[in-house]
Design a protein around this ligand. Structure first.
Ligand code: HEM
Length: 494
């Protein structure tokens, strides 16, 4: 029999194409009654339609396909949740089914075993670490009024810095980050650092933002979707290693110092000392130095960048909305006066100020999209989802839903106030997520936001530098939604 090479080649090609298309169809619809979503090309999925501010793009998908829809990132299938109903059903009503975290190439670069608090899978190890960390931090006053003085101490340092740098354009981001980081330092190492004097501290703290930016970059996501690209991502991989490595070395040095000076007879004075004691008492191998290091890494990453970026946004919104700034200052003057700094107990008497902070958190939606994964095969709003399904909850879509918040792009604190000026309760608000993986630092973050924000505004006003256009209110999305670099003129109120 004579075999025609041309026919064989065509047959092989046709077979390969059919296989690729079949695999694509299988990946596109892994189970029956799977959530709908845009069709795309085999191999590329719907990537050609992708837009970099994904939170807005995902909202558009929600408008077209509903609150539960699917999306193909190359060959990777993701379910996207938009709107309060689907996100609440997943994170709260069916909390256990949606409590896992997905695996990601960027995470393997700094946390290959998925340890710690944020990236960890939903299992007993995560539960033990989260439970012990939360209980111990609460014991040291984390999120309680007894911790207020530690925060106020840092507010006072920030005020000193503002006084020394007023009446000229300045970039305040690093200084805010350092003040906020010192709060986590107090609770984990029992020590604060001088912002100007300690180069190791400065290096470690200022790299947190670089770490978030590099780890959240679209380029590294591409490495996750198309593994063959990994050898070409040396620059981005190096940036993650460098930034995370600096923070890691700083934290390991703190742990080593504590190990050297550990005195078994003394009561632990901070989180590291408590954890080291727990390792000694633990007979089942549940606690180790490796877990300790990752837990502290997570506390610094999740607890520093988030609060400091929110406060940086707060300054940006105040300088661009002088009417709101004035209203807040007027309320603080009436309730507290300018002679002393506001305390957390004042917040009940400052509804406009509270409403401004809520509106800020709504409009920036600091962590716009939170990654979750299913722990088992489950259903959501009538659709079937397989186990280990990557699910992204678009919190931004709640906070920018025009039905819940008319004219969502408008910054208007009054939407959080009743007609009589009292604070309005709002069930459709979740900047800290919800359910089993809800932010562990929510109570601390709320206290920090109130004390820093009111401390800054009771003493200073913020303005756009003369002769320059208003800074952009559009941010850049990495893990968090960050403002673009900007300068502000700080003026002491007299
Ligand atoms: C304005 C400040 C903050 C915001 C907006 C914020 C927001 C969030 C969000 C949206 C999540 C994910 C929730 C989910 O997956 O459903 C999260 C998780 C987390 N946050 Fe925060 N956070 C803030 C401050 C803090 C602080 C101060 C700490 C600790 C000191 C902290 C520690 C954590 C931890 C450990 C997790 C992981 C929880 C887990 O997966 O079990 N956060 N945060």
């Amino acid at each position: 029999m004579v075999v025609d090479i041309g026919t064989v080649t065509v047959a092989i090609l046709a077979g390969s194409v059919a296989l690729v298309v079949l695999r694509y169809i299988q990946a596109r619809k892994p189970v029956s009654n799977y959530p709908p979503g845009p069709w795309g090309l085999p191999f590329l999925g719907s990537l050609l339609q992708f837009q970099t501010d994904h939170q807005r793009y995902f909202m558009k998908l929600g408008d077209k396909y509903g609150g539960v829809c699917s999306y193909m990132f190359g060959g990777k299938n993701v379910v996207i949740l938009n709107g309060i109903e689907s996100i609440k059903e997943a994170l709260v009503t069916k909390g256990n089914d949606f409590a896992d975290r997905p695996e990601n190439y960027a995470v393997t670069l700094y946390n290959p075993q998925y340890l710690g608090l944020f990236d960890a899978h939903f299992n007993e190890t995560w539960y033990n670490q989260r439970h012990f960390t939360h209980k111990t931090l609460r014991g040291f006053g984390f999120g309680k009024t007894s911790f207020e003085s530690k925060i106020v101490e840092e507010v006072e340092f920030l005020i000193e810095y503002f006084k020394a740098n007023q009446n000229k354009p300045v970039d305040i981001r690093n200084f805010i980050t350092n003040c906020v980081a010192n709060i986590i330092c107090s609770i984990t190492f029992g020590q604060r650092y001088d912002h100007f004097e300690d180069p190791a501290f400065l290096r470690a703290m200022n790299c947190i933002r670089d770490w978030f930016t590099a780890a959240g970059s679209l380029t590294l996501q591409m490495g996750h979707i198309f593994p063959f690209l990994k050898p070409f991502l040396g620059k981005q991989v190096g940036a993650v290693h460098e930034a995370a490595g600096k923070l890691e070395s700083f934290l390991l040095a703190q742990i080593a110092k504590k190990q050297d000076s550990a005195d078994a007879t003394e009561e632990p004075r901070d989180f590291i000392e408590s954890y080291l004691q727990q390792i000694k008492e633990d007979k089942e191998g549940k606690f180790s130095l490796l877990y300790l290091k990752q837990n502290i890494m997570d506390l610094f990453a999740a607890g520093t960048e988030t609060t400091s970026t929110s406060l940086t946004w707060a300054v940006l919104y105040m300088m661009t909305h002088p009417d709101v700034q004035e209203n807040v200052q007027k309320e603080l003057d009436e309730v507290v006066g300018r002679e002393k700094l506001p305390s957390y107990s004042n917040r009940g008497d400052c509804p406009y100020t509270e409403a401004t902070l809520l509106e800020l958190q709504r409009i920036i939606s600091l962590v716009p999209v939170v990654p979750h994964a299913t722990t088992c095969a489950t259903t959501l709003r009538g659709y079937n989802l397989p186990a280990n399904c990557e699910v992204w909850a678009n919190l931004w879509s709640i906070h920018h839903d025009p039905k819940l918040y008319p004219q969502p792009e408008k910054f208007d604190p009054r939407r959080f106030l009743n007609e009589d000026g009292s604070l309005k309760k709002n069930e459709s608000f979740m900047p800290f997520g919800a359910g089993r993986r809800v932010c562990m630092g929510e109570s601390l973050a709320k206290m920090e936001l109130f004390l820093f924000f009111t401390g800054m505004l009771s003493q200073f006003s913020f303005a756009i530098p003369e002769g320059t256009p208003p800074p952009s209110l559009e941010g850049d999305l990495s893990v968090t939604y960050m403002p673009k670099p900007f300068e502000v003129v700080i003026r002491e109120r007299i």
